[in-house]
Design a protein. Sequence first.
Length: 312
Amino acid sequence: MSDILIAPGHGGPMNGIVTELQRLLATEHGQRTAAEIQSVGFNLDHAITESIREPAPPNEWAQPIEYILGWLSWDALVDEGWQPVAVAGHSLGEFLSLAVSGAFSWSDGLHLVRQCGADMDQQARDRPSAMSAILGLTASEAQEVCSSVLSNDEGCLQIANINDQKQIVVSGDVHLVNALENRLATSDVARAIRLNILGAAHSQLHRKSRLLNQAIRTTFLAEPSLPVYLSTSPDPVRTSTQALDSIAGILVRQVHWPRTLDRVVADYPDFKFRLAYPDRALSKFLARRTQRRSHSRQLQGPSPQLTNGGSA
């Protein structure tokens, strides 16, 4: 069995994330990490306060909180002697997965995540935008609705995440996201749920983002020690050049999680996943994928056996 570490993206309500983070920070190991965080100039107390103050907190503070939680959880696994054969990152979790692989240091990762969040916040201020989860439609069906809503509008409305067969996330200008949600409000087969996230990640609205790319230029990137499977890339990251390209495009490129899992399964047919920290939505996606894989194997039956006198 091949153990794969899965780094979640946005983990849902920040209150739960902060509670789990504070639990880990209270440990001896967590206290050492908190001191290291302070030594690199990140105000953790302020980040926690800002992350729970509003339903949609500033990404500049909320995203580093999730990254720190993931790193603390990973460190605890290392102390237990657990080591994966590969890592996979979903959306924001791509930063954690690359840090775990050694592509950059955890502190550089913290700086990159903060600048990524700051880019999202700036984009939201410059051009009101939003993200909405569409349940019940396939990617092609969701694309048809987006195209219909866009019609003659020259704004942005596009699929940002393909998380599961019928769990799609769209990003775009807020008036277009509103229009899409209104259209689906009368649907018998689908519904839309506004995400508590500022801005529109994984969309063309970020094609001119600057802060993250400025931070990348001052970051030392190394060869990953483990294969890294990213939700925005069809192929695993194995070199520092690939890591650089992945980070530079994370805010623009579409998340395609089923494709990522397909590639993991192709390379590690018997993989067993472990989440870096609790994420209910991602756990459900992974559980459904595991169930489908088990069902497929049952339908295929046992592998043919070779004998000295025959062939498979």
